[in-house]
Design a protein around this ligand. Structure first.
Ligand code: SF4
Ligand code: ZN
Length: 304
């Protein structure tokens, strides 16, 4: 058997398209697809500075590798940023991996911690929550969004790039729908060109399983230790459900993604007049105070 694009033996079968690819052609296809997504949504412009959020997981390290290669030939700059939530054990391993990988790639790397930004580590914030039902990941995700915004402004970035893949998008959509939060669905539109600070997800059209295979076949380092809070939220269940659907119906995730694209654009357009600025921090939001500020304020109240 041969690779569909060259004479080498195939290493990967893309079930949804039937393509069989050797390791090299597979890797090239991932790089090409990433470049296509970036240009389709005009994600990065000439001379811009891109803050690449690197957690130490496979997605963000693969993103850093691919976007760094593009930066060298496409006339934009990158700086890697890592957010340290203050999760004992888990974050230390990741920081070491990211530091080493950035040195190898010769990419500048900066670390920002919850402790410095909010005067609270994640574990301290979790102890302060009133309602045990608020999941660790929802507090953590809210703080991380703000920390990444801060980091990007601090380094003067024009764009923030994250390693979210197609599966992440599907899971987030289902979570938003199940929680009744349709406004957030509008924020899922990959075209963020109207925002002051653009947030881009160059892997938003690539299956998670393909990023995993890319990391594996390119011998990339990545964190082995999972976050101790990882299975507390509903995301893991949704992920398993979508994976089992895909196993029975190849390509169903791609179809779902196409529907989300259309729905997010429609919701975004219908919400576009509602955009306001948070009175605490000045970021875009839908009410008087944004979700990040209200979470942080509530935690601080409990502290005193
Ligand atoms: Fe934060 Fe949840 Fe991710 Fe852990 S799994 S780092 S708590 S968002
Ligand atoms: Zn705010």
């Amino acid at each position: 058997m041969k690779c569909d694009r060259c004479e080498n033996p195939p290493a990967y079968t893309r079930k949804y398209s039937g393509e069989k690819l050797c390791s090299q052609c597979f890797s090239k296809s991932i790089v090409r697809k990433t470049a296509k997504t970036i240009s389709k949504y005009n994600m990065i412009k000439h001379n811009e500075l891109v803050a690449v959020a690197v957690s130490g997981g496979k997605d963000s390290l693969v993103l850093l590798k691919i976007i760094n290669e593009m930066a060298l030939t496409h006339n934009f700059r990158i700086i890697a940023i890592t957010i340290d939530e203050g999760i004992p054990g888990y974050r230390d391993e990741a920081l070491e991996i990211v530091e080493k990988f950035c040195t190898e790639l010769n990419v500048e790397h900066k670390i920002y911690s919850y402790k410095d930004l909010f005067e609270l580590t994640l574990d301290e914030a979790l102890d302060l929550r009133e309602n045990e039902k608020t999941s660790s990941c929802s507090i953590c995700g809210t703080l991380r969004r703000r920390a990444i915004d801060h980091a990007a402004k601090d380094i003067g970035a024009d764009v923030i790039a994250t390693g979210h893949n197609l599966d992440d998008t599907l899971q987030t959509f289902v979570i938003n729908m199940l929680s009744g939060d349709t406004t957030k669905v509008g924020w899922m539109d990959p075209d963020t060109s109207e925002n002051d600070l653009r947030k881009i997800k160059p892997f938003c059209e690539i299956y998670e399983s393909e990023i995993v295979f890319y990391a594996f076949t390119n011998d990339m380092p990545f964190q082995s230790e999972p976050c101790p809070h990882m299975h507390e939220g509903i995301r893991t269940e949704i992920r398993e459900f979508l994976n089992s659907l895909e196993n029975q119906h190849n390509g169903i995730k791609n179809n779902f993604y196409q529907s989300i694209l259309k729905i997010s654009q429609t919701v975004k357009n219908s919400n576009s007049k509602e955009k306001m600025k948070c009175e605490k921090c000045g970021n875009d939001c839908t009410g008087n105070v944004c979700s990040v500020c209200s979470v942080v304020l509530k935690l601080k109240e409990n502290q005193t």
